[in-house]
Design a protein around this ligand. Sequence first.
Ligand code: PMP
Length: 355
Amino acid sequence: MSRFFTERFAALTPYTPGEQPQERKYIKLNTNESPFPPSPGVSAAVAEEAKRLQLYSDPESRLLTQALAERYGLHREQVLVGNGSDELLNFAFMAFCDEEHPALFPDISYGFYPVYAQVNRVPYRELPLDEGMNVRLEDYDGLPGTVFLANPNAPTGIAKKVSEIENLIRQRPDSVVVVDEAYVDFGAETVLPLVDRYENLLVIRTYSKSRSMAGARLGFALGSPALIGDLNTLKYSTNPYNVNRMTSAAGIAALREDDYYTANARTVAETRDRTAAALRDMGFVLTDSKSNFLFARHPAVDGATLYRVLKERGILIRHFDKARIADWVRITVGTQEQMSVFLQETEKVLTEYGA
Ligand code: PMP
C-alpha cells in the first residue's frame, strides 16, 4: 500500500477472481465460462464494429437496449446495460443500500456482494444457509434492508422457485429485492414475469455464461423505469460509455442467434447431470445444481487437496477460502469430452488417496 492510499479503503479486501492462467493450457473448469464459442454472427459483428472504434459508443446503448427490451417483452426504460453484470450489481449497492437499508445476502453466495458493500461503505449482513446449503428466505422477513439473491445461488447452484421469491418481494414492498440471474438459463425459473408487477424488483442478468461472452463484459438490469433511472444516475456519474462499441454489437448479434445459445445451455445442463451422477457413483456429495457448475465434496479428500492435485494434472477447478465450504469444490461444466477427462483424473486421485 502506498502512503497515499486513503484510509477509506485501507482495510478493503478486494474480490479474488478465479485464475486466468496464461502460461499453460488447462482444462478450465474454474470460472463458469461457456465451453462453446460465440455464434458466427457475434464474431462478424465485432469485426465490423471494430472499424468504428475512433468514435465513442452510444451512451444510451439504444439499439442493444431496445433489442433486449423486445427479447424480454419489456419497455426500453426498463432495461440498462452494463460492463458485465458486476458493474450493475455495484450500481445497485450504491443506489439502494445505506445505514437504514443494509445489504442482506446469504453467508454463502457470490463473493463479490460483501466487497461491493465494503467499497461503498454500506453495512451488510450475511444470513446463514441451512445445513443443506439452501437459502432460508423466511429469515429475511421483517429485516430492513436490500436483499441480494443469486438465483440459482452460487457456488451451490441451488435454485428457488419463483413463487418463493415472489413471497419475499411481496413481503418487503418498501425495499428493493435484487435477483441476480447470472445462471438462470441452465434450468431455473426466472422472475422476469414479475418485473411489471413489483416496483421493488430488480433483475440482473449477464451474457457471460449462457451467451458465451464472458470476455466481452456485458450484463443487463431489468426493472421498473424508476429503479432503472436510479441506476442510470450512477452510470452517468461514473462511466457514461460503459458498454463499448464491439460489445454492444456483439450483444445485439447474439440475440439474433438465440437458438444457438438455448441449445448450448441445454447441452450444458445434460452434461452437468451426467457428470453429477458419475461423481455420486464415486462417493461425492453434491447439491442439486441448476446452474452451469457443480458443487461437490468427497468424504475422503478435502477441497483444497482436490483442487491442488487436479491442477497439477492440468485441470482447474475452484476452491473457496471460506471455512464453511472448505471441504467443497466448484466445478464448471465444460464439454462432454472435458468432463470425461475430469472424471477420469478425479477417479485416479481418489484411488491414490485410498478413497
Ligand atoms: N453474479 C454471479 C452470481 C456470478 O457468479 C457472476 C460471475 N462471476 C456475476 C454475477 C458477474 O458476471 P459478469 O460480471 O461477468 O456479468
